[in-house]
Design a protein around this ligand. Structure first.
Ligand SMILES: C[S@@+](CC[C@H](N)C(=O)[O-])C[C@H]1O[C@@H](n2cnc3c(N)ncnc32)[C@H](O)[C@@H]1O
Length: 713
């Protein structure tokens, strides 16, 4: 079989779409730790099966496969999707990533864990935390009078002192705490007295039940300015010269297990004196603690981190409240005291992942009524209202987690992820019914009694430095950085500085104080990395991979970008490596509703570039004119629609760019001169794509057809 001939676009697209809806239900392993913009496992599963498998993909998909002895490499392993899929079917895997967090995470994913022992040790950690700081996450229920019920979320608003009168003012951009989508009514905070009011209609919010003041949805803080309600002074924010922002606790969402039967909706309250006292206790407790594990690293300048500087943050620890720092420090101490190394590493990984929710950059989603973690977008946006989750987490009487962002949430999803390694499954969808099909005989790991051990070699290293034995690899499946879309090092430092402090700078990959690297293949203005750096790096990696491939073996990778220039870099890298591009296949790889995609016009469809030194092109993909490309695109869009997708202009653009790059590679292959300067190679490639015609016109006309079809539905 070969990917070019046997990859089933409609089947894999429909499976990938389903997977991306709730990725953790299809590939629970991704819950081991956050990585950015993971591609669907299904996509790489489809590549593995169509290259190494037998028979139709639709059939082999739900059967156990064994590709023992094949070697699969990924030079950009990130969160490890291609490697985990390959390991699961018995391949030996080689993974590289310049970011030390990637190597740590993929090791954690693949290395066997005794889940029963893990649950026991995690239970001990939770019990110890409950004993030490549980009281800081409790409140009294004003509605029914129950005392010490668990808090789900604390909501904080940023405050500044008025430059005119010196009084403290709240920077509320709006007063909405919750909509009625998941609650029995809308909840508004009163701008005058801070009481929470349940309101039926947001258009006519009326007046506050407490002070009779006028309720409103719109707040006073807008675009960096806020008038003082006391003296009218227009105050500017942020004010980095005053240090990190200050916050005021203004609302609490809690859970009252004793009243579940009779109470409808959620529980919200304005903090009372005891709640404020608990905040004081936490700050005092933290003030009296000498930190062993809270990192003291400065936040380095960067394309993403500069925003934090603009808000006055200088150190990573300043992103957390006193209560969060106290809880995290105590957690680290308990983890460090765990004798078993495997279990200790598992808990350390959990702590690193927990940080996403335990910081003062998390926001509260007023519709879904949950915390949005710091990485729900690929940057560090600083809001005016922040959400602090209960660090311990809440489990109801049936063992189900209530709320998000606590230890119990992290432990549960980690345990599920590691159980999946021992017994992987696929989810079958028939109409609205979903059934889980265990794939007996497959497993994720290095060794298992009675089975051939699998080699798992993972290195933290720039792949531009990698040298593999020539002709030693059966396939390279990868997902390179998409030029500047995600600043991996800048973002991952947020976790890295903590994990490094906890597991020790002595761990092989953790010697560097930052996970950033000048070799990271992303565009980055702060570090003056542009398209040439990206092209040269990608070219060097693909050349190394091409040398390592066995004769006829594939290098297949996914790619998407809104602009065509990064595709030029991809084309140059493939040509430099002496590879032919034999197919460009569309596959949905993101979810349209993702916060970082929604409303950006970005594509959710990746192009899979399938390259080899030589071979037959995918039938039906040749084109010599834009008209022929339009026909090819029509066919592919039909397949994506059949899979249940509604392609957007962004998707069409990426697909067209992918095909153009393939065709330009074909045209240039015979005469390509890798010795030309990088700018000259990029220009030559760009010129070749231009000679194929005005693709903007084609993209627009195809998008118009899609739009009309969408309206007609
Ligand atoms: C798109 S991500 C890979 C995502 C991965 N497939 C997954 O499933 O999570 C690209 C990765 O390339 C890595 N990277 C960037 N420059 C690199 C370099 N010079 N060498 C090795 N890895 C690099 C980044 O750290 C990032 O993890």
């Amino acid at each position: 079989m070969s990917i070019e001939r046997d990859f089933d676009v409609a089947l894999i697209a429909s499976l990938a779409l389903q997977e991306k809806q709730i990725q953790q239900n299809y590939r629970p392993i991704i819950a081991v730790h956050k990585w950015f913009a993971r591609r669907p496992g299904t996509l790489f599963w489809g590549l593995l099966l169509s290259e190494f498998g037998e028979g139709s993909l639709a059939k082999s998909y739900y059967e156990a496969n064994d590709f023992a002895g094949r070697v699969v490499a990924d030079p950009f392993m990130g969160g490890g999707t291609p490697l985990v899929e390959a390991n699961r079917v018995g391949c030996d895997v080689l993974g590289f990533d310049v970011n030390p967090m990637a190597a740590w995470i993929v090791r954690e994913e693949i290395e066997h864990l005794d889940v029963v022992a893990y649950r026991a040790v995690a239970g001990q950690l939770l019990a110890a935390l409950e004993n030490d700081i549980g009281r800081l996450y409790r409140t009294d229920c004003p509605r029914y009078g129950d005392e010490d019920v668990p808090v789900k979320y604390f909501l904080w608003v940023k405050v500044i002192d008025c430059a005119g009168c010196g009084k403290s003012l709240d920077l509320f951009p709006g007063y909405l705490v919750a909509t009625d989508a998941r609650h029995t009514s809308n909840v508004l905070v009163c701008p005058m007295c801070g009481d929470l009011n349940e309101v039926a209609d947001l258009k006519t919010p009326g007046s506050c039940a407490g002070c009779r003041g006028k309720l409103a949805t719109e707040g006073l803080a807008k675009r960096g300015r806020c008038p003082c309600p006391h003296c009218g002074e227009i105050n500017r924010y942020p004010r980095p010269e005053l240090g990190p922002p200050r916050h005021r606790l203004f609302a609490i969402e809690y859970f009252n297990p004793r009243q579940r039967e009779r109470h409808k909706g959620r529980f919200f309250k304005k903090p009372d004196a005891k709640d404020l006292e608990r905040v004081e206790q936490a700050s005092k407790g933290w003030g009296e603690t000498s930190a062993e594990f809270v990192p003291d690293q400065e936040i380095l300048p960067g394309d993403e981190t500069d925003r934090l500087h603009r808000w006055g943050y200088r150190f990573y620890r300043e992103l957390m409240s006193g209560r969060q720092l106290l809880g995290l420090e105590l957690s680290c101490r308990l983890i460090a005291a765990t004798p078993d190394k495997r279990l200790r590493n598992a808990l350390a990984t959990n702590l690193s992942d927990l940080l996403r929710y335990q910081n003062m950059l998390c926001r509260y989603d007023t519709t879904s009524l949950k915390s949005l973690d710091i990485f729900s977008v690929h940057g560090f946006p600083v809001g005016l209202v922040q959400c602090e989750s209960n660090l311990l987490g809440i489990v109801n009487g049936k063992g189900v987690n209530i709320g998000s962002g606590g230890w119990t949430n992290i432990v549960e999803k980690y345990a599920r992820a590691k159980s999946y390694c021992d017994a992987p499954f696929e989810v079958r969808t028939q109409g609205r019914r979903k059934t889980t099909t265990p794939i007996k005989g497959e497993w994720i790991g290095e060794r298992r009694p009675g089975a051939r051990p699998r080699s798992v070699a993972l290195r933290c290293l720039s792949s531009t430095m990698v040298e593999l034995a020539p002709g030693s690899v059966d396939a390279v499946f990868t997902d390179p950085p998409y030029f500047g879309n995600v600043q991996y090092g800048e973002l991952m430092d947020f976790c890295y500085v903590w994990l490094r402090q906890l597991v020790g700078a002595g761990v092989e990959d953790f010697r560097r104080p930052s996970s950033r690297s000048l070799d990271e293949l992303t565009g980055n203005a702060t570090e003056s990395r542009g398209i040439e750096h990206f092209t040269e790096g990608l070219s060097s990696v693909y050349r190394a991979m091409a040398r390592a491939l066995k004769p006829g073996a594939p290098l297949a990778f996914t790619f998407h970008h809104n602009r065509i220039e990064p595709y030029h870099a991809v084309g140059v890298a493939i040509l430099d490596a002496g590879l032919a591009c034999l197919a460009t296949l569309p596959c949905p790889a993101e979810m349209g509703g993702s916060i970082h995609i929604h409303g950006t016009g970005s594509s959710i469809v990746d192009t899979i570039f399938v390259c080899r030194k030589r071979g037959a092109a995918r039938p039906g993909q040749a084109f010599d004119s834009l008209d022929e490309l339009a026909t090819l695109m029509d066919g592919e869009l039909d397949l994506l629609r059949a899979a249940g997708m509604t392609p957007t202009a962004g998707d069409i653009r990426c697909m067209v760019y992918g095909h153009l790059a393939r065709r330009a590679i074909e045209k240039r292959k015979a005469s390509w001169n890798p010795a030309l300067a990088t700018t000259a190679r990029l220009e030559l490639f760009a010129q070749t794509t231009l000679e194929l015609g005005d693709c903007q016109g084609l993209i627009e006309s195809l998008a118009k057809v899609e739009e009309t079809a969408g309206l007609a539905l």
